[in-house]
Design a protein around this ligand. Structure first.
Ligand code: PSV
Ligand code: MN
Length: 426
């Protein structure tokens, strides 16, 4: 399944008039305020978000999973799906692989396919939260933090192998997320667990190519429900500092306890140049993995406000690697990802509209109402015409969901791949 430039052009013809009205109104309003619409469009156009290979099929819970059919079952099909997203939006130009779920059989063919679709390989992810077929030892009681040396050695070797796979694909980073922790008090010694983790990470870090980065992801709970070894940004930050310059903290929006002020975490990490990666999703309770912006769009905007500020004011912080990390239980995964991409770019564009100079001035004046007015003026602006214009300028669709449905992408995928349940093999 491939979407052609002609199909996109035809789609855009049908949307041109309605888009034109909305765009003219918004750009006139913004230009009147001295905002360069062209500059904002360029920034939106340049913003690329990686798609994780594991988000392309229907997700599930421990209670069940409902297939959407036509989901990809091979790496090549996963690339094909990201190709569809990228053709429609021009903002999903990379794929993040999870090893061993996505080990390529034929590297040349996979790289060739990615190139044809205009995709590159984002961070590679290691997996020491599941036992693999033929593994010598189990991760039931931990991996990089384990009290059992054999488990640690196996987990370190796996991460090193993930780096070598990533090198062959042209990836430039590895993300380490550890499920390690304890379900019951007394099960592990907290200090020993963190010391072992630190030592293991040092060994992986020693294998990192010069131009690579290592992202250390944190999460407070699940699958362990009493304690998690890398539970919060502070622990991740400490480990990243201990590893060295190429190690960074990765923030996954779902990995915080309710009401955590994530924007403040972002600001602190950027100030220290240590925000390396970002996983987008939304949640009501915990790591719900819902569509980005579906529950707390204002919080997302406030996070982007700090990201935009950090990108402009903390030159030592690299541009973070952006990725969606969501699960699609009852929606077509591709439609859900299109909605997430839109929500990310919407929050980004609104953050770009924040009058930073005026905000600084109001802060100096200690004008609390003024500060809030400035933020909310940006947040309340309907920036969707800017996103559409940026997409169309890049060769994508004015309205991706409309195009996806109009072109009957899911039915075509089902026709091509069959109506079988990929995860259960039915
Ligand atoms: C863990 O919940 C996580 O956020 C990590 O990024 C994993 O690699 C990913 O989800 C996939 O399960
Ligand atoms: Mn994640």
């Amino acid at each position: 399944m491939r979407i052609t430039a002609e199909q996109i052009q035809k789609e855009n013809e049908s949307q041109k008039e309605i888009h034109g009205f909305a765009f003219d109104y918004l750009s006139n309003t913004l230009e009147c305020q001295g905002i360069s619409v062209a500059a904002i469009i360029e920034q939106i156009k340049a913003f690329q978000v990686a798609i994780p290979s594991w988000a392309l099929g229907a997700g599930g819970t421990r209670f069940g999973r409902f297939s959407f059919y036509g989901e990809p079952s091979t790496l090549s099909q996963k690339l094909e799906d990201v190709g569809v997203l990228h053709a429609l939006t021009k903002s999903a130009g990379s794929i993040s692989l999870h090893i061993p779920w996505d080990v390529p059989e034929d590297y040349t063919a996979i790289k060739e396919q990615a190139k044809t679709l205009g995709l590159v390989f984002d961070a590679v992810n290691s997996n020491t939260f599941q036992d693999q077929k033929g593994a010598k030892t189990s991760y039931k009681f931990g991996s990089l933090s384990s009290i059992d040396e054999a488990s640690r050695v196996q987990a370190i070797a796996h991460n090193q192998e993930v780096i070598s796979i990533g090198k062959k694909l042209g990836s430039k980073s590895i993300t380490v997320w550890l499920a390690d922790g304890a379900n019951f008090p007394g099960q592990v010694n907290f200090q020993t667990a963190i010391q072992q983790t630190e030592k293991s990470l040092h060994q992986i870090y020693a294998d990192l190519p010069k131009d690579w980065k290592m992202f250390i992801e944190y999460k407070p709970f699940e699958p362990n429900f009493y304690s998690t070894v890398i539970q919060d940004w502070g622990t991740s930050f400490m480990l990243a500092n201990s590893c060295g310059k190429k190690a960074y903290t990765l923030v996954d929006l779902g990995h915080h306890l309710p009401n955590t002020n994530i924007e403040q975490i972002v600001a602190t990490l950027m100030l220290r140049g240590k925000l390396g990666g970002f996983h987008f999703n939304d949640s009501k309770y915990g790591d719900d993995d819902l569509t980005v912006g579906s529950i707390k769009p204002y919080a997302l905007f406030l996070i982007f406000n700090e990201l935009v500020y950090g990108m402009a004011n903390n030159p030592e912080n690299p541009s973070p690697a952006w990725m969606i990390d969501a699960s699609h239980n009852i929606k077509d995964p591709l439609e859900d990802l299109l909605q997430s991409l839109e929500a990310i770019l919407e929050a980004y564009a609104k953050a770009l509209l924040v009058d930073q100079l005026a905000l600084r001035e109001s802060q100096k004046q200690q004008d609390v109402v003024g500060c809030q007015e400035i933020l909310q003026a940006a947040y309340r602006t309907d920036v969707r015409p800017l996103l559409a214009a940026a997409r169309a300028k890049a060769g994508g669709c004015l309205n991706p969901i409309h195009a996806y449905r109009n072109l009957a992408v899911r039915s075509k995928l089902i026709q091509e791949r069959g109506k079988h349940n990929v995860a259960s093999g039915l």
